[in-house]
Write a protein that binds this ligand. Structure first.
Ligand code: NAD
Length: 268
């Protein structure tokens, strides 16, 4: 059995992660943590995930995660994730990070931590999105610079970062194949008299509404045709099961920074 812990246990994803760990025969819940002051602190995790009592109470300090975990799964917010990594000190505990919205500086700190411990960092833990990323590479290679690329994403009204980490990753994958730097060619939203579309740009459009779990479309449009590669998540358990799969895989890996292509054996 691999001992897994959840940071951000009371969140939309944290609850699903508790359920996904509970249903996996090779995983055992070691600890669950959320922010101080939350109503669930001190209560059995089943108040968050439903189902049978786990025997694990929700704690309010990262120190509860360090002692007994083989791997910690973190879906929180960038400062919380980085504080967790700092709190792990000299341990070699693995961390699966689902949090999105890191700045360039925060990403650099995260890479530094991966020199000391194994980390999986993916903006999307669904198998479908991982496959979509490899389809995008194939499409970009074939279409080259003759086709305009636009990325449209939609999420629920509570999401705090935009565009989504998955949309940015999709842009990076396409830009890399086309020999562009996303930082230079990305256009975020359009308004007013924008002028004609500049070639070799990658456009991003963001929708925030209701309870949409996560939808991404990458559109390649050329003269006389348009191709759309779309992924729609309909249940957060798809991310949670993917993250648990990543955590079980990570338990046997040396220090380093990994993503879902490594977990699924798709990395070149
Ligand atoms: P959420 O706001 O519902 O949950 C975040 C949780 O973190 C909350 O319960 C909050 O109380 C907790 N938290 C805050 N401070 C904390 C602290 N100091 N210690 C421990 N816990 C703390 O958000 P969510 O919808 O669950 O999403 C969380 C993150 O995961 C976001 O960045 C989101 O974009 C990302 N996400 C990633 C994937 C993926 O597949 N990679 C999928 C869905 C969401």
């Amino acid at each position: 059995m691999i001992a897994l812990s959840v940071n951000g246990a009371a969140g939309r994803m944290g609850r699903q992660l508790l359920a996904a760990i509970g249903e996996h025969p090779d995983a055992q819940l070691a600890a669950a943590v959320d922010a101080p002051g939350q109503a669930c602190i001190g209560l059995d995790t089943s108040v968050l995930s439903g189902g049978e009592p786990s025997g694990v109470s929700v704690a309010d300090s990262a120190s509860a995660l360090v002692a007994h975990s083989d791997v910690i799964v973190d879906f929180t917010a960038p400062p919380v994730t980085l504080a967790l990594l700092d709190a792990l000190d000299d341990s070699t505990t693995g961390v699966v990070i689902g949090t999105t919205g890191f700045s360039a500086d925060q990403l650099e700190q995260l890479r530094g931590h991966a020199r000391r411990r194994p980390i999986v960092f993916a903006p999307n833990y669904s198998v479908g999105v991982t496959v979509a990323l490899s389809l995008l590479q194939q499409a970009a290679r074939a279409f080259g610079d003759d086709y305009d690329v636009e990325i449209i994403e939609a999420h629920h009204r509570h999401k705090v970062d935009a565009p989504s980490g998955t949309a940015i990753r999709m842009g990076e994958v396409v830009a890399e194949v086309l020999g562009r730097d996303l930082a230079d060619c990305a256009v975020y939203g359009r308004e007013g008299i924008t002028g004609a579309r500049q070639s070799k740009t990658i456009g991003f459009e963001t929708v925030r509404a209701g309870d949409i779990i996560g939808e991404h479309t990458v559109l390649f449009a050329g003269a006389g045709e348009r191709i759309e590669i779309t992924h729609r998540a309909t249940d957060r358990m798809t991310f949670a099961r993917g993250a648990v799969r990543a955590a079980l895989w990570l338990a046997a890996q040396p220090a380093g920074l990994y993503d879902m292509t490594h977990v699924l054996g798709l990395a070149p």
